[in-house]
Design a binder for this molecule. Sequence first.
Ligand code: ZN
Length: 257
Amino acid sequence: MPDDHYVDYSQLLSQLLNDQFELNDTVISFLYHLFPGELFVKAMSLLDSNDMFIYVFDKAHAQCEHSESTETEPDGSGKEAREPQDAEADADANNFTNSFSSSHTDNTDLVSLLYKAPETVLYRLVVKPETAQGPPICVDLDHWFCSCEEYGSQFQQNFIRDTSENREPSIYSRAVTELNASASSNSDRFAQLPLQHNVQRYFRHELVLCPHLLAFAILLQTSSQVLTYFTQKNATVYLITVQHLDEWLKLHLNMIQ
Ligand SMILES: [Zn+2]
């Protein structure tokens, strides 16, 4: 569906932080109104929940053999430095991430790479299951996909069951906005899909957007300062490097169980 993409969501969301590298309350109250319902509030509480994981496969140092597992905090503070009330969350997180070894490589470089050349990084986005029995929630920003029920029902409703007379003929054209090839390139990265034939494409997030997608888009489609804030200063989002191929594969097995 050819259209213009007017609002630069990346730019707006990157103003979450002020010059003192703290959350900007004025901007937050504005952003609250930018998204429907409680979506923005839910995304912000997810970012504060210790339930979000960014797993990065370290291809450069990848090994195949199994080794002792270790777990390190993305902020480098170690578990001893965490508040006591985080103990339960840590226990849950450890249960979910059990046996994944991670190394505390230079996260500053990793954050920079995730912004400057994300196509060179193999990474997976996971939210801890809401219940012990539930499956983890998997998010794929490149395809604007989330495995949660909310995403599934919105997709069904807006793209599959759409019976309006003037609907687009294919699900793709209903779901994706392609920028006019003659238009100047757009700097907005929010809900942006990989280039196809040099055409900039955006998923129509106004039709399908859940808190998980919004929260990961805030982390990875705004500015590297925002990612640094949540993974290092606030330290409520885990940025974990996986160096062993068997553990990387185990991560995927856990996702589909
Ligand atoms: Zn979701």
